[in-house]
Structures are given as C-alpha cells and as structure tokens.
Design a protein around this ligand. Structure first.
Ligand code: XMP
Length: 533
C-alpha cells in the first residue's frame, strides 16, 4: 500500500486516483498524523511508499504543516509534490525560501542527471538530448538549498531546483504536480514511483474498494439506521447499492416521484432496487402535488424553486416517519456526494483545507433533520463511481446514463408544466434515447448514446400545422437536443447522422399522437445553455 499524506491541496484526491489507476491500494491521511501513527500504519510491512501532497498554504503560514519525521525513517521511498517537496527539504536539512507571488501555470522542465523517477520519461528531447517535460506547477516558495545527499533532478528557467532526489534513500521531490492531467507525463511519473521505485503490487481492484468501503460503513453506522434519497441518478443509485451491500435492511431509500421523470423511470428504479437488490425503498408518488404547485407557473427559476422546495418538504415528511418512530429511528442521512461536488462547494476532505463546508445534495437536509451525514462516495471521481456501480452489480445502462437534472422534465417543458405535456414529452424522449442507443457509429462501433454527453427532448407548447393521411393536423412541436462536452461548462451540438434524425422524427410523429413536428437544436453552449430553461 501507499500512504498519501495530505497537506490540504485541492488536488490531493487526484494523487489517490492516479495511484488507484495504477491498481495500487492507497490511503489518504492528514499530514499531522503522529510519528507513532505512521509507525503503526507501516508495522505490518505492507507499506511500500509515501507521497506528500501539495498544499494551498505557504510553508511559512502554518507551523503544523510539517511531515512527521517517522516517514523518513521507515526505509520506504518518499515522493514530495510541490509543498511536499518543501516538507522534505525542511525535514532533511535543506532550505526553502518564500515570499514570492504565487503563480500557477504551465512550465517547461528540463530533466537533470539521471534519476530512476524521470529516466526515459519526456515530452520531447532537446538538441543536446536532454529530456523536456511540459508540466503544471506552482511557483511560490521554492527550495533554494537541497538537503545533504540530494542531487538535482530537474529545473526550469525560473526555478533552478524544480526536482531533487536522494536515490540511495529513495527520496524524490518535484515542484510540479504530476497528478494533474495538464502534466502530460504525470501519470507515467506516478506509475514509475509506485510501481518501479516503491515496488508496490498492482493488484488493487474495485472489488477491494467495495470490501474496504463496506467495512468502513459498518464501523461508522453500527446498528443504527440510514435513510437515503434515491433519485435514479448514478450517484444516489451507486451510494444506495454500496450502503445496502454494507448494512442491508438498516438502509431505507426514499424515492420521490415528482411526476417529471422519464418514461418508466420509477418502475425501473423499483425493479432494480427492490426486485433485484432486495433493498427497502419507499416510493412516494407526489406527482399530483408537484403538478398542482406548478399550475400556472411559467417562469423557469420559479419552477425550479417550487420543485426543489417541494422535494425537500416531501422528503422531510417521509424522513420524519422514519426518524420519529420510537428510539430506533434513522440517525443517518446518506448522500451520493462525489469528490467533484466536494471541490465545487469549496470544502476538501482535509482538515487543512481552506474552507470546510459540506456539500448539500438536497439542500442542507442533514442539519434540518438532525441527522448525521453518510457520504461513502466522497473520495471518488465520476468514472470511478460508475466503475464501482458496475462492480456492485448495477446494470451498465443505469450507471452510464446521461445526467438528468433534478427538476427533471420540469425544465424541459417550456413555460407552464402540464401533465398532458409531460406525458407527450416522456414518450417522444424515450424514442429519441432508444434510437440513440440503436444507432452505432461505424468508425468506433459505439452507439450514439455513448458518443454524446447528454441528449434529450424538449417540449415546445406551440402548435403548428401538419398533414397526416388525408387530414390536417394542428399539434405540438418538440426539439431534440444532443451535445458533446467534457465538463458541461461548454458544449457543442452533436453532429448526429441524418439517418438517425430521420428515424427519430418519423417515429415520434407516427407514434406520439399530439406531436406533428420535430426539430433539431443546433446551438452550442455558450451562448445557449444545454437545457432550454
Ligand atoms: P445548462 O443548461 O446550464 O446545464 O447548460 C448544464 C448541466 O447542468 C444540468 N442542469 C441541472 N442539474 N438541477 C440539476 O441537478 C438543475 O436545476 C439543472 N439545470 C441544469 C444540465 O442537465 C446539464 O447537464
């Protein structure tokens, strides 16, 4: 195993993710663990190496940000990244100087000497045959004097000591961040460290993660009860499956159907969780309540607010039934918060992080309900959550679904939401999605569903004239939307094959009575948004 000591960088979890990608087991712990803790952690001989993370802080700001001396006495390799480099310098007798303005950005780094860590890893070579790396790094403090025994491993124009190594003891330090994707060879460098230098075994798989996570959940929860708001989305589904694996019937899922779900979505969720996993799920059909509250409301933000607050009200009512009943009610609220949510809300796992705020998947509910928060996916990235879902036995189709907004079809029916509109939209959308799954791209063999990041149908409450058979029709219009994006901040409309559009259009118009015109949205984001409201 590899120990990652966290000095509070926002990207520490990325180090863990890279190590996991190399199939090596690792654990992230705060940097202020004691020497005894470190020795105990290594006592069984399975510890193969230590990585010291970066930090948001400067070395001068916080005296407590020091590496426990014991990590240098274990006889295992140590890699310091950015702040971790200063920590090594500081602990072993080098010199760190600060006071510069902190700058982030790309840098070109030149490998110096021949070290096991960088040997043969490069983006390109100079005319003299020296390896060059394009890296992401932060200039701020820097090491100005290496500790005894260290040699220069890398440098940049502005940072003469951008990497150093004491190969005899297996100590390496780099100023740049190999864990971020902007450092193109970062993955290779971290793999080199954990696999070749630490000789860690590459035998960690998602199954092991489940075993660990299950034990952790059991230890945390004991014999208490947990409730979870199941939405049918990837994160809450995987969280539910994992927690159910750990504590079985101590988990109760509450599935609020607001009447704005996709076709058969509610039944599919019930089939999976109750039918296959035998989990306890309370399905609340609140569609009439939601549609009632939405009647006459056409402003998009007002609609969002109503749906959000009604959701909380319904969930709280159900939760109250489960928590209020005698001494043994639920004490925990589980949420499918994943690592990007944690980062987004400005809180990182570490005690050392800048601000600590918990991410509110369902709007501050734990506090309002007086429940403890259980978030078993907090350390995972989206693709890891998906992998975990598959390993837990959830169907590929469910786990690799496109994102679906919380307000559901509520923001895909323009203006006032009516049941009639929702019913038409559900059927049209199901046809679009079915055909996206059916149509394969010849070059890649992938379905157009997998080639798009998000695809859906939008209901336009306007009527246009058409002709069907001998008759004139005067019916509604839908728009198809399909986008490709990596982060949903910007997006391109997808160049779907005409044959696919043709099939979808003809099926919708023929099969969904009430819709006689289908359009395709060719707007990118920006200036348009992905959703129409
Ligand atoms: P926009 O429309 O802003 O969407 O380009 C970007 C991504 O966010 C999703 N989205 C939402 N998700 N509640 C959610 O849970 C919302 O109110 C909401 N609005 C947009 C959208 O589906 C897309 O993936």
């Amino acid at each position: 195993k590899i120990l990652i000591l966290d000095f509070g960088s926002q990207v520490t979890q990325l180090i863990a993710r890279r190590v996991r990608e190399a199939h090596v087991y690792c654990e992230v712990h705060p940097c202020d663990v004691t020497n005894d803790w470190v020795r105990a952690f290594a006592a069984d001989g399975s510890l193969k190496g230590v990585i010291l993370s970066g930090s948001h802080a400067s070395l001068w700001e916080d005296e407590s940000l020091r590496a426990p001396q014991a990590v240098f006495d274990l006889g295992v390799p140590v890699l310091g990244i950015c702040f971790g480099m200063y920590a090594i310098a500081e602990a072993l007798g080098g010199k760190v100087e600060g006071g510069h303005k902190r700058e982030f950005g790309y840098a070109e780094i030149r490998a110096r000497g021949h070290t096991k860590l960088l040997e043969g890893i490069q983006d390109y070579a100079t005319a003299e045959g020296q390896g060059m790396l394009q890296v992401w790094m932060s200039h701020g403090d820097s090491v100005t004097e290496m500790p005894p025994g260290f040699k220069l491993m890398a440098s940049t124009e502005s940072c003469p000591i951008a990497g150093m190594a004491d190969e005899e003891r297996g100590f390496y330090a780099v100023q740049f961040h190999p864990e971020v994707t902007h450092t193109r060879q970062g993955k290779a460098i971290l793999e080199r460290f954990v696999l070749s230098i630490c000789n860690a075994r590459a035998d960690w798989i998602m199954g092991d993660y489940i075993t660990e996570a299950v034990q952790k959940i059991r230890a945390q929860v004991g014999d208490e009860e947990v409730i979870l708001g199941l939405s049918g989305g990837v994160d809450s589904s995987v969280a539910a499956a994992l927690i159910h694996r750990a504590i079985g019937d101590q988990l109760t899922c509450v599935f609020v159907d607001h009447g704005l779900l996709r076709l058969n979505e509610g039944d599919m969720v019930m089939d999976m969780f109750v039918g296959k996993l035998h989990a306890k799920v309370i399905r609340v059909d609140a569609s009439e309540l939601f549609l009632g509250k939405l009647a006459g409301v056409s402003d998009p933000e007002a609609k969002r607010k109503i749906i959000g607050s009604e959701f909380v009200t319904v969930f709280k009512q159900e939760a109250a039934k489960l928590t209020g009943a005698g001494a043994k009610g639920a004490q925990w609220l589980a949420q499918g918060t994943i690592y990007p949510d944690v980062i987004e809300s400005g809180g990182a796992k570490s005690k050392k992080a800048v601000t600590i705020k918990s991410h509110h998947n369902v709007g501050g509910l734990p506090e309002q309900l007086g429940l403890k928060l259980l978030e078993p996916l907090r350390d995972l990235f989206k693709d890891e959550v998906r992998e975990l879902g598959v390993a837990l036995g959830l169907p590929h189709e469910m786990v690799y679904r496109h994102p679906f907004p919380g307000p559901g079809l509520g923001v895909r029916i323009l203006g006032e939401v009516k049941k009639e509109y929702a019913d038409l939209l559900r059927r049209a959308d199901a046809i679009f999605i079915e055909e996206l799954r059916n149509f394969k791209d010849e070059a890649t063999g992938k379905s157009w569903y997998d080639l798009t990041s998000q695809a859906f149908t939008v209901f336009l409450p306007v009527k246009s004239v058409g002709v069907m058979g001998d008759g004139r029709t005067y019916d509604y219009v839908v728009a198809l939307r399909a986008v490709q994006t990596s982060d949903f901040m910007t997006a391109d409309w997808a160049e779907l094959p005409y044959a696919l559009l043709k099939k979808v259009s003809s099926r919708i118009i023929n099969e969904v009575r009430g819709i006689n015109r289908v359009t395709y949205d060719v707007s990118s984001k920006p200036p348009a948004t992905i959703e129409w409201e």
